[in-house]
Design a protein. Structure first.
Length: 177
């Protein structure tokens, strides 16, 4: 399923522009909240230079997208649940499909577990400043349009690691239409 962009209404565009230029932290989630819509609906309204959607069926492409992220030197995995935000800075490990999950079971994996990959309906490469700093992320959306989890480009000394930045843009080019 290819995700189609939505041209924002004049009012939506004004709100998006106001938020993108705000002095406080702004995310796809905060934009969605302000617009009264799901995170996926909001992401579809953001400029193409800010959000690029992975083309094709995410159920089929999940493994290759995850493997690409696992090749990055370092990431920060963000999991938000009921207002709680978990951040895990590490190198991701690849896994394999079994029993309806993408299973990450490597002994040395810092991030392990079982991803219900069939519930991931879209993914987007996102470039948005956060708190005045460059921020690069890959957001994974569920069928209801919520962000299930996000993978952010890793940092050292508050700067995105150059090899990860290079990989982010190469992977965006590879996976996005």
């Amino acid at each position: 399923m290819t995700i189609e962009r939505i041209t924002p209404t004049e009012a939506e565009a004004a709100t998006i522009n106001e938020l993108m230029n705000a002095k406080f932290p702004v995310t796809v989630s905060s934009i969605a909240s302000k617009l009264g819509m799901t995170e996926l609906e909001a992401a579809r309204r953001l400029p193409a230079d800010r959000v690029s959607f992975v083309s094709g069926d995410m159920t089929e492409r999940f493994d290759e997208v995850w493997a690409a992220l696992a090749a990055w030197d370092k990431v920060t995995l963000f999991i938000t649940h009921e207002g709680h935000v978990f951040e895990i800075a590490a190198k991701l490990s690849t896994g394999k499909r079994a029993m309806g999950y993408y299973n990450i079971l490597a002994k040395d994996a810092v991030v392990g577990g079982h991803i219900a990959y069939e519930k991931i309906k879209a993914a987007a490469f996102v470039t948005m400043p956060f708190m005045g700093r460059e921020s690069l992320s890959v957001l994974f959306f569920d069928a209801e349009g919520r962000v299930s989890f996000s993978v952010y480009a890793g940092r050292e000394n508050h700067q995105i690691i150059e090899s990860v930045k290079t990989a982010f843009f190469a992977d965006r080019e590879k996976f996005c239409a």
